[in-house]
Design a protein around this ligand. Structure first.
Ligand code: NAI
Length: 779
């Protein structure tokens, strides 16, 4: 036999990892688990069985948390929170560090338990899930240490309700708990019902670390328990799971004032350009779609290959698929393990069997009996095919081809999701040209499924909002310091609507850089304090909103214009406003019935200067990740922002909302103050003389309560802000659940538009999304 023949025929023998210690830990706990509340395990109650999907055997019995148990957990977290926050960053850092050390010490036990419970190959739980969970605690121990010096204006939110899925049970727990604790929050976490065991082992580790009781609480159960957490008196909800449930949570929490982050589904493209190193890209696919049996929210599940290499690529891919080893997840030589549960297996089968399009190839490797699904490739699909659009969440890769880079981008972005994207090219120009064009929260270049605590992770579009990891992830677990003041409604001055007005002084709407009559033809009279008519403000309707959104969509070039250009235009706007300062001051005085007009105009000019200054300084960062490469945290505009402007300061409020949004490259649809609209209709004349491209700023006037739901429900609006003195938070958040757009609403709290809280990083953060781009560097 020749050496090459030996290599060809060589096979792996079985190398099973022992389950003895993990099973002994379960037995030691009595194989029946209660919850972990206030530092102790509760007595087991009615519940359900947790099984090993690879064998079907029952591992343990878990308890379904009752309403009272969820409340007890939240109360314990509430009692613990003040002291935990008061411990200070360095004090908390010691505990997080201890947790990281203990995760490391018990790494083998965690890995085996995870594999038993979830069915993922031990190679993955051992080399990826558990080390990354440790890394998260180490990294965030550092964040706790640095909080006081680096985030002096931020404080904990309070109690966080956290709901995690079954695909990365311990890792998702770490992503949720580590930053929350670091920033001084306490938590009530619910693991997924199929995979709760490592969370309970983690609870045990919290005891071992001497974590103060109540800081971490774990309650088990199904979606009903999740709903109870969402409805409980928590300050924040962090959810990872399906888009459908995310949408329900968004709607359920609407108007509650609870902070919310959602990390949802995806259908991430895996784009292979013709100059790619094909073997690397094929190997990358093993990680992209067969990692964790494809049950990964950011799985590279949509393969897009450039036409010229498609045949060669697919041939090599099929050969590689045949080499994948499927079977006992505890075997160290296994590539593909068991599907998490027969229910999930059924879902995969139903989705795949229900489709008739495409050419299907299944890995030739024999499939073991039980909860397994073969690695599958379905090619020749049209981009709109359900298999290219629906998240399968299994080891099924679906694909098509493209001709040009532009077409690749078009197909890649043809999805309601936007979690991740992978691109392969040996050409740096192609790779770095395409990365910014992909609608995704994470982009991997010449690699895939890389994660690290220092690199933010999260999506755009219906993949959810908020980031986990990095500095941006901390924003989701903190709030600005200070006590919120209650919002006071601002009323319009009354006058005599019956009095004849021979001279028509009706302002117009401002859409696409042009004055426009309102679609409905209606207007409202605006009076000063003495009841004298100042003018008439048009009443915009849904059609006007749609026109304004269309104009804003069309002004897409603004988002890729240089920050320098945006700064210049903001400076010019400031100058032109300053040149008309006296007119505006007089108008503001009349509108508000006060004498603060001059001060307000001066503050508005200053604000424009501030954001002109920020336009080219609110930069991204480069993150040091412990892998070959770096992760760029790029600040991108959200897109089209619809905003209901404040009533407290009719000019300054509008400028304070507009300027950060456009400075960061967004296009805006502004609904001016409802009671005091005429400063806005005057302001567009300033825009007209300031070289502002048409469609970047659109200004409407009208009734906030009528226009808010249209803005919130509009599919082409990416984010809605509301500072209206009519608190419309609930309507907007509920309406936003449809396409899961971002919202930033006041929840009945006022803002001092003249002071520090009227400007700054909070606005810039809200105006941007962080896209994490992983690039090879120094490898
Ligand atoms: P799911 O979204 O129902 O479950 C995720 C977590 O949410 C679990 O802890 C569950 O108990 C909880 N939950 C369920 N309903 C809830 C509710 N109404 N309120 C609060 N919490 C609730 O996901 P499921 O049913 O396990 O999987 C269904 C599909 O979702 C999968 O086939 C996959 O497509 C997708 N999925 C996506 C994940 C991701 O990481 N993006 C993770 C898990 C599933």
């Amino acid at each position: 036999m020749t050496v090459s023949e030996i290599f060809e025929t060589m096979d792996y023998g079985p190398a099973p990892e022992s389950a003895a210690e993990a099973l002994a830990w379960i037995t030691d706990q009595g194989a029946r688990f209660g919850h972990f509340i206030d530092g102790a395990f509760t007595a087991p109650g009615d519940g359900f069985e947790s099984r090993n999907p690879a064998t079907g055997e029952v591992l343990a019995t878990l308890t379904q948390a009752t309403e009272a148990e969820v409340e007890a957990a939240v109360a314990a977290a509430r009692r613990a929170q003040g002291k935990w926050a008061a411990l200070g960053g360095p004090g908390r850092a010691r505990y997080l560090y201890a947790l990281a050390r203990l995760l490391q010490k018990h790494a083998r036990l965690f890995a085996v338990l995870e594999t038993l419970d979830n069915g993922k190959p031990i190679r993955e739980s051992r080399d990826i899930d558990i080390p990354l969970a440790q890394r998260h605690f180490y990294y965030h121990a550092g964040m706790a240490q640095l909080m006081e010096s680096e985030l002096p204006d931020r404080e904990a939110l309070g109690v966080c309700g956290q709901i995690v899925p079954w695909n990365f049970p311990l890792l998702m727990l770490a992503w949720k708990i580590a930053p929350a604790l670091a920033m001084g929050n306490t938590v009530v976490l619910k693991p997924a019902e199929w995979t709760s065991l490592t969370a309970l082992l983690f609870a045990d580790i919290c005891r071992e670390a001497g974590l103060p009781r109540g800081v971490v609480n774990i309650v088990t159960g199904d979606g009903a328990v999740g709903e109870r957490i969402v409805g409980a008196k928590v300050d924040k909800i962090a959810f990872t799971g399906s888009t459908e449930v995310g949408r329900r949570i968004r709607a359920a929490a609407a108007g509650s004032g609870k902070a919310l982050t959602l990390e949802l589904g995806g259908k991430s493209p895996y784009i292979v350009f013709e100059d790619t190193d094909i073997d690397s890209a094929v190997e990358g696919l093993v990680d992209a779609i067969w990692f964790n049996q494809g049950q990964v929210c950011c799985a590279g599940s949509r393969l897009l290959v450039q036409e010229g290499i498609a045949e060669a690529f697919h041939t090599r891919l099929r050969r590689r698929m045949d080499g994948l080893r499927i079977g006992n997840p505890l075997d160290k030589c296994i590539d593909v393990g068991a599907i998490v549960d027969p229910v999930q297996l059924d879902r995969i089968r139903t989705l795949v069997d229900g489709a008739s399009e495409g050419e299907t190839y299944r890995a030739a490797t024999p499939l073991p009996e039980g909860c397994y699904y073969p690695p599958t490739l379905i090619t020749g699909l049209s981009p709109a095919s359900p298999l290219m659009q629906e998240e399968i969440f299994g080891p099924v890769l679906t694909g098509t081809t493209f001709r040009t880079p532009a077409e690749a981008v078009e197909i890649a972005n043809n999805t309601r999701y936007g979690l991740a994207a992978t691109l392969w090219s040996e050409n740096i120009n192609v790779a770095l040209d395409i990365a910014p064009k992909l609608a995704a929260g994470v982009v991997w270049i010449n690699g895939t499924n890389m994660f690290d605590a220092a690199a933010g992770f999260g999506g755009v579009r219906e993949s959810g909002f908020g980031r986990e990891g990095g500095w941006e992830g901390l924003m989701a677990y903190t709030r600005a310091k200070g006590t919120a003041k209650a919002l006071k409604p601002v009323a319009a001055f009354a006058g005599d609507d019956a009095e004849p007005q021979p001279v028509d002084r009706t302002a117009k709407l401002y859409i696409g850089g042009k004055q426009a009559r309102p679609d409905g033809g209606y207007a409202r009279r605006v009076y000063d304090k003495g009841g004298k008519l100042i003018g008439q403000a048009p009443l915009a309707n849904r059609k006007d909103i749609r026109n304004a959104v269309e104009a804003a969509r069309g002004a897409v070039a603004w988002s890729s214009s240089s920050a320098h250009l945006r700064a210049q235009i903001l400076y010019y706007t400031a100058e032109n406003l300053a040149a008309r300062a006296d007119d505006f001051a007089a108008l503001v005085d009349r509108l508000t019935g006060k004498r603060g007009g001059a001060k307000e105009v001066e503050a508005a000019v200053n604000r424009l200067f501030t954001y002109a200054a920020w336009a080219d300084k609110f930069d991204g960062q480069v993150r040091s990740v412990p892998m070959r490469g770096v992760a760029l945290a790029m600040r991108e505009p959200c897109g089209v922002i619809g905003a209901l402007c404040p009533d407290e300061a009719p000019l300054l409020g509008l400028v304070s909302v507009m300027a950060p949004a456009i400075a960061m490259g967004n296009r805006v649809v502004l609904v001016a103050s409802e009671p005091l609209p005429l400063a806005a209709t005057e302001f567009y004349q300033v825009l007209d003389t300031s070289d502002m491209p048409g469609g970047v700023v659109n200004i409407l006037t009208g009734r906030h309560a009528e226009l808010a739901p249209t803005l919130a429900g509009h599919l082409d609006v990416d984010s809605v802000w509301s500072f209206s003195s009519a608190d419309l938070s609930a309507e907007i958040e509920r309406g936003a659940a449809g396409n899961l757009k971002r919202t930033w609403v006041n929840h009945g709290t006022a803002r001092d538009w003249f002071g520090a809280e009227g400007a700054g990083r909070a606005f810039l953060d809200a105006a941007t999304e962080v896209k994490t781009v992983w690039v090879p560097y120094g490898a």
